[in-house]
Every structure is written in structure tokens, then in C-alpha cells.
Design a protein around this ligand. Sequence first.
Ligand code: SAM
Length: 236
Amino acid sequence: METTKSHFDTSYNNHVDQLIDMNDDIATALAQAVGSPDVASFVRQGNQQAHIMFEAGLQNGDSLYDFACGSGRTAAALKRNGWTGQYIGVDVVPALVDALKSACEGYEAHVHKDLTIKAEDSSLDMICAWSIFTHLTPIESYIYLRDGWRTLRPDGLIVMSFLEYQQENHWAVFDQNVKRRMTEAQAPLDAFTARSDIEAWGARIGYDIATYIDGYDDAATPDGHIGQSVAILRRK
Ligand SMILES: C[S@@+](CC[C@H](N)C(=O)[O-])C[C@H]1O[C@@H](n2cnc3c(N)ncnc32)[C@H](O)[C@@H]1O
């Protein structure tokens, strides 16, 4: 049992408190809390995430776990695009979980801070992990992927976005971090992951890589490229 707060719990709760204090408009604060500059991008990026999940195989009636659901960017987009199924979202920030629950009636969402996937064995068809492995250490990512394997049905999928050095435009995030780290010791972590790391973890845990989507592939969604790279892992 951990006795101190995890870095992601402290940094994300502080980050969201600051955004709520700084913004007169709560909708803008909730969009910025998940990395969208404004409400219009929150809606567009949510639609892009939903599109990729539908293309990956998400069906009506499926059980979906939204790991690090934030303020409901993905959840609201799934509803808007007519998906019906069992949705479970988790996040470490209570204000974001509350916002999701008020925006998406009937969706289950919880504050969950443990290094586990909060679901029964072999109960899920898909886990989506949008912009969360980008905020974890490699060891934490591995622990969540390993527990994800327990909770997915055979052939179940993980749709995860990540930052990588091979995508030229991801270097802007790296450079921002270099600058920010000079002045802030407690900012949320931005982590880069190599495809070879995902493949090595997958081989050890029991996932095949179904596909990758380049972050700057303009054909990835009807609204163009998604920014972060995406890996789709299939549980063996
Ligand atoms: C960049 S946001 C992305 C949110 C959401 N997936 C989306 O795409 O809209 C990252 C989210 O991860 C949450 N988070 C960070 N560490 C977490 C953890 N270990 N477990 C669950 N949520 C976490 C943060 O509170 C934040 O809402």
C-alpha cells in the first residue's frame, strides 16, 4: 500500500485547481484541463478520438474502460456520435469526474488513484487511453498495461496515444518541457515512449500490436491528424 501521493495525483489536481481559478468560464477550464485550448477543440478532438475507436472496432453493446477519462472529451463524443454500450471512466481528479458525470447521463465514472484497472477479469472489450501514457513513467505504463490484460477479453483492444521522438512535431512538447522544468519542479510529467518499448511490453504481457497511426497522418480522421501517435494493442 502506498503511503504518499503519486506524482500524477498531486500534479494533476494542482493543475486543474489552477485552471479553474484562472478561467471565468468553467467549460474552457474543463477543456484546458485535458489539453484542448478551447471548447471547439475539445469537441473536435473528442470526435477524432471516437472516430479512431470506431475504426478500431468499438461496437454498440461493448464494455469500454476510459482510462484517465478527464472531463469527458471522449465520453461526450461517444454519446454525440450515437454509441451505446457500457462505459466506465476513471480519473484522479474529482472535479473532472463530476463534470463527466453531469455531461454524460448514465455513464459510470470514478475517482481511482491506484495503479490498477478498476474492472473485473476478462470483462472489457476495449480500453481507451488518450493522452495518459504521456503522463506516466515507463514502469507505471507497464503496470497499467499488465493489469489491462487481466481485464480485457481475449482479442480485446487497447487504444493508446503516445508521444515519440520519431514524429518531428512532438519535439515542440519536449522543448516546452525543457523550458518549464527550469522554473517548475511539480508540473505534470510529459513522457515520450518508443514503439519498441510498446512492442517489448506487449511481448512480455501478451499483446500483439494491431496497428499504429502516425500523429500527423491527415487521413486518420475526417477532421485530419490527431497530433499524438496511436498504438492499438490486441490482447492475446
Ligand atoms: C491530458 S488529460 C487526457 C484526458 C482524457 N483521456 C482525454 O483525452 O480527454 C490526462 C488525464 O489523465 C488524468 N490522470 C493522470 N494520471 C492518472 C492516473 N494514474 N490514473 C487516472 N487518471 C490519471 C488526469 O487527471 C487528466 O484528466
